[in-house]
Design a protein around this ligand. Sequence first.
Ligand SMILES: [Zn+2]
Ligand SMILES: [Zn+2]
Length: 176
Amino acid sequence: MLIDLQTVIQETEVRETLPQDWWKAADRAQQILGFSRPFEAHIKISRVGDKFLVDGKLYGGLEVVCDRCLEPFDLEVKAEFNVYLVARERDDNEENLELLDEEMEVDFIQGETVDLDDVIREQIYLSVPMKCVCQESCRGLCPQCGTNLNVASCLCESGSTHPAFSRIEKRKIEGE
Ligand SMILES: [Zn+2]
Ligand SMILES: [Zn+2]
């Protein structure tokens, strides 16, 4: 959605429901497969001097790939963000950029319009945790044969039985 920043006198508010097919298959890492349900976006854009502050809330669900077992799962997303929009002038230099609050995220824009879809897409990427697992107890894939250990066990494991245990088993058999 294109917003003409010239029409933002003080504050502009946008509420939008992004349909489930809004997310187009990823160009970057394929971790996000799509929306698992529609996203609610509530965004306020306010004029701050010669910059614009985007104050946004996103709520929805993503279908993402588990880092350990590589199976898709539903990740609930509740994201709040603040981003400054700064028009990039031809003569902008490092000095001008240093005046910005270092804690704040900055998106550079060309001209007087911003595509909110780009801002939202970026924030959705950022909302996915670095370590993204379907459940804390996910057992992942067997490094040798690739079996998903959440749903099956494989023979590779039998070779790694601790020697102490096999001794106990042996004694039990001998005692019988
Ligand atoms: Zn998993
Ligand atoms: Zn295995």
